[in-house]
Write a protein that binds this ligand. Structure first.
Ligand code: FRU
Length: 547
């Protein structure tokens, strides 16, 4: 324990035992307030007042004795001020909280035993949906649902990270804090180039965030803006901008996705309301008009236009919800008209995926990031983002379908690459994989031919990475029919991280993600299986850490 920490602990004990322990006054001298957490105690409210005004209020399980782990609250904006901290729970933990310019246990940051090495995770706390994905002036912004004070869901804030290449991320301070309208649920961002909202300055268009405030049995839609590249945010004083509870008689109205509809020169907001996605339009991002509704989706709406087979003169619109099931159709700026059934292109741990807005026309990609519902056992952080993928529409034998492939920037992760042209027998391929079986971070590209087998696959330490059943047309238990319906081959692009596996089948026609769960008793390592199968190619890449 360093001197500062001893002093801070002493200060807190002194204050706690001298005055009413429920509320202490502290002069802020360091950036972080480090807070001990115990999952064994109930949540209680901590309130931080500055100049008599409540600035932070959150539920926390302050550890009265041994901490399971530590979280932090960034106080840097109040350095030099005296703040009041009030805790409604067991105040024994108040004596342990301390100020520091370092987060507690930060020395091991990003090297923790169960830290994913090439997927984004937060330093401390919980994350779920990606929010506000946007590219702006050389930076990709990843905002996300975040509980900074516990490894479980709650206290929703918008966390924030940036990257120059979609792969190497830097976590920044929190973007949106809960306010009197509620906690900060999911939403999106746009750049208001035309300053339709009036939030921009002479030199800088506003980045405008549309999000849901989850209030007391009411979800309303609000906006906030930033003129410093998402570093600091102001909430619009006229919030909420949409309050649709009366119309829908429902508390489930959330997750606004906003984009500029150039043909009609207006903004479009897609909102999940009860049983589907509603479309609203606006000239200024503040005043919204309800236009239409498409049933059959739940949470986290998306709606975007994509060229079919890369032909920009032939486009279709894709609508999806949090589960990723999608419809293809047309959109006239006010109404989405589905033209197909509902399909899926991905399954497994993915949820609430969102696509980036404002990708330059010269790039033209539709890039998506999904939440990976994969826990990080025993860690002071929990859950993760999946790899960014590029979405495209391709004509298949069954009609137009959505494909999802890892973005080309994933190649930045490659440390070593070994390309091996087969064909190999299952045994030979297993031998070739032997050097990698204890490697934590790998990408494997392989094509398996099943000419004598009804099913075949690849396991890692007893866990099924691919299990292709050509008889029942299943990949890892989910129906899959290859575009070439007579094909007896399956191609997989597999990413193995510390706690997760992502698999892209047949060039992105179908993909899935899962927790990495080796069977501790299984000594098989990589195991190709199937009756007389051929492993036609086997490319192995050892991957870098992004931290
Ligand atoms: C989806 C979701 C959203 C909501 C957010 C809350 O995972 O339930 O609908 O805005 O998470 O964290």
């Amino acid at each position: 324990m360093n001197c500062n920490r001893i002093y801070s602990v002493f200060l807190f004990f002194f204050i706690c035992f001298t005055f009413n322990a429920k509320e202490v006054s502290v002069k802020v001298s360091k950036r972080y307030l480090n807070l001990p957490i115990s999952q064994r105690v109930d949540r209680a409210t901590m309130d931080i007042k500055v100049d008599g005004k409540s600035e932070r209020s959150f539920a926390i399980r302050l550890a009265p004795d041994t901490a399971d782990y530590w979280v932090f609250c960034d106080l840097s904006q109040w350095i030099g001020k005296t703040i009041q901290i009030n805790y409604e729970g067991d105040n024994a933990g108040m004596g342990k909280i301390y100020q520091s310019d370092e987060i507690a246990d930060g020395k091991n940051l990003y090297k923790e035993a169960n830290r994913p090495q090439f997927h984004f995770t937060t330093r401390r706390g919980w994350i779920n949906d990606p929010n506000g994905l946007i590219y702006y002036e050389g930076e990709y912004h990843l905002f996300y649902q975040h509980n900074p004070y516990e490894r479980e869901w709650g206290n929703m804030h918008w966390g924030h990270a940036v990257s120059k290449d979609l792969i190497f991320w830097k976590e920044l301070p929190i973007a949106l804090y809960p306010d009197s309208l509620g906690t900060m649920f999911s939403g999106s961002t746009v750049i208001d180039y035309g300053n339709t909202s009036g939030f921009g300055t002479k030199n800088e268009p506003a980045m405008v965030a549309a999000y849901t405030a989850d209030g007391n049995r009411r979800q309303t839609q609000c906006i906030a803006y930033s003129t410093d590249h998402g570093r600091s945010w102001s909430k619009y004083p006229g919030n909420p901008v949409i309050d649709s509870k009366e119309k829908w008689n429902s508390t489930d109205t959330r997750d606004p996705k906003v984009f500029w509809y150039d043909k009609g020169k207006h903004w479009v907001l897609v909102l999940n309301e009860r049983d589907g996605h509603s479309i609203y339009t606006s000239a200024n991002l503040k005043d919204w008009t309800y236009e239409s509704h498409t049933t059959g989706f739940w949470e986290c709406p998306e709606l975007f236009e994509l060229p079919v087979d890369g032909d920009t003169t032939k486009t279709k619109w894709v609508m999806y919800g949090a589960s990723g099931t999608y419809m293809i159709g047309s959109f006239d700026g006010k109404k989405f008209t589905p033209e197909t059934g509902k399909f899926y292109y991905t399954s497994g741990s993915i949820y609430a995926a969102q696509t980036f807005t404002n990708i330059p026309a010269s790039d033209g990609r539709r890039i998506q990031i999904g939440w990976g519902r994969i826990g990080q056992k025993g860690m002071p952080f929990n859950n993760m983002m999946l790899l960014p993928t590029e979405l495209s529409l391709r004509t298949t034998t069954n009609g137009i379908r959505l494909y999802s492939t890892p973005v080309k920037e994933c190649d930045l992760l490659n440390e070593t690459a070994i390309r091996q042209e087969g064909p190999f027998s299952a045994e030979q391929a297993g031998e070739l994989m032997k050097p990698y079986e204890h490697s934590d971070y790998l990408r494997i590209r392989t094509t398996i031919k099943l000419s004598h087998a009804t099913s075949a696959g690849l396991n890692l330490s007893g866990q099924s990475l691919i299990n292709y059943d050509l008889n029942f047309n299943l990949v890892n238990g989910v129906f899959y029919s290859p575009d070439d319906i007579t094909s007896t081959e399956i191609t997989a692009d597999i990413f193995i991280d510390k706690t997760s596996v992502e698999v892209f089948i047949d060039g992105g026609a179908y993909s899935y993600s899962m927790e990495r769960k080796p069977d501790p008793g299984n000594k098989e390592g990589f195991h190709f299986w199937g009756n007389n199968i051929q492993v036609k190619s086997l490319d192995v890449y050892q991957l870098k850490s992004i931290w």
